[in-house]
Design a protein around this ligand. Structure first.
Ligand SMILES: [Zn+2]
Length: 194
């Protein structure tokens, strides 16, 4: 069962041994598979306040005591969901790339949204979202807040001209400044929404 109580989810998780972490990882992946469209889950979302999370975008990855040890200066805007808040969508600001260390991985893991493959962006956002959970941080804390500008006639969108956005057309995607993306958005490209 997935915890939906925000106060519970704001508690920090404690470090865990690799052995215990692996057991929690198995439970998390099982729970994630039960969900309809989840791509990541943190242990505190199932009531275990230990530093373990899983992501499953391209392949299942268990992270035990994960830490972001490097990140890009650049950020981009992404529309996120969370299994604990199934009715909510939040536009967040995330690093374009991160390097993660975890006790159950000998090598550092790199994630970058700066590629043609849209799943790279999902995976990069997901790993940041799940590690945040372990620190009691939810997507609402990473909400992108800036003066709104109006895009076309339809939806006003809270994105500044120099903010990075992820846009896609078919299987292609790219990260670029919003002002540079505007002409593309009028030519068949769309802002990526989850
Ligand atoms: Zn979440």
């Amino acid at each position: 069962m997935i915890i939906e109580d925000k106060t519970e989810l704001e508690k920090k998780c404690s470090p865990v041994s690799v052995k215990e972490g692996e057991e929690i990882g198995v439970r998390l992946l099982h729970e994630l598979r039960q969900s309809k469209n989840g791509i990541g889950l943190a242990a505190n979302q199932i009531g275990i306040n230990k530093r373990v999370c899983v992501i499953n975008v391209k392949e299942p990855i268990v992270l035990i005591n994960p830490k972001i040890v490097e990140h890009s200066k650049e950020e981009f805007v992404f529309a996120e969901g969370c299994l604990s808040f199934p009715k909510d969508k939040v536009k967040t600001q995330r690093y374009v790339s991160v390097v993660v260390e975890a006790d159950n991985h000998e090598n550092k893991l790199s994630f970058s949204a700066d590629s043609k493959e849209i799943n790279d962006a999902f995976e990069c956002v997901c790993v940041q979202h799940e590690i945040d959970h372990l620190d009691g941080i939810t997507m609402f804390d990473k909400e992108f807040k800036q003066e709104p500008i109006v895009r076309g006639v339809n939806a006003p969108l809270k994105i500044g001209r120099n903010d990075k956005v992820l846009i896609a057309r078919g299987a292609h995607s790219k990260v670029m400044k919003y002002k540079k993306a505007l002409p593309l958005l009028e030519n068949g490209w769309t802002l990526v929404e989850q």
